[in-house]
Ligand binder design. Sequence first.
Ligand SMILES: [Zn+2]
Length: 269
Amino acid sequence: MIIDFHTHIFPDKIASRTIEILENNITSRGKEGKAVIAATADSLLESMNLNGIEYSVVLPIATTLTQSVTINNFAKTVNNTDRLFSFGSLHPMQKDWESVLYDIKEKGLLGIKLHPEYQNFYIDSRESIQILKKCEELDLLTVIHAGRDIGVEPPVHCMPERLRHTLEYVKGDKIIAGHLGGWQVWDDVEKYLVGTPLYFDTAYTVDFISKEQLCRIIKNHGSDKIVHATDSPWEKQGHAVQVISSLPLTDSEKNNIFYLNAKKLLKIG
Ligand SMILES: [Zn+2]
């Protein structure tokens, strides 16, 4: 079984326009990055069928203070789709953040996604820590965009050292640090985060990190705290599976990464 723990889709009506804006952010920085599918529910399910992915976790992001109601209603619809789990979202600076978290719990969503770059907050700020603590209390998972973002200028709001600070306030075993703990800051991940209780996802990493460092982080952090992910539509689901499969890891390490850890987090059978 293969579970993709980090994907993005949008309502049909706004998907192509949203992707166009995100792609323009990337090219305007002189970087390369193109969506490989249409980022709708149907296109994601089609990609899953083609690539043998059983379940995908969908991670919406509230980029303004007022979007969370619409986003979480859409998330609930997606979450009711067979084979898709959608997390909810809130903006850390919105005043009613606490009631939004209760609403996310009430809707049966399993967690939230935070994006310190799109949402413009530091991961170890007061606002952020109160959310991480509340999620831990409510048994909600938190996926965090960690490290650089291909479409956003620095300063980076979730460097590994800052993420490490949050572990003074929360246990961290319900937090999944995206992009292997910090996109393109993997030396700092090894310095500050490897060996902590945090989970790392592998989204959008396999083409940016050396195979040696990827394997070393997996081995030293522990394959029981790594979840397979792609950041679809930004990475081909099949390609990421091929790369992880080809790494010099044992079958039991690969099973942990591909589905066992995700099954545990998502409380699947
Ligand atoms: Zn993402």
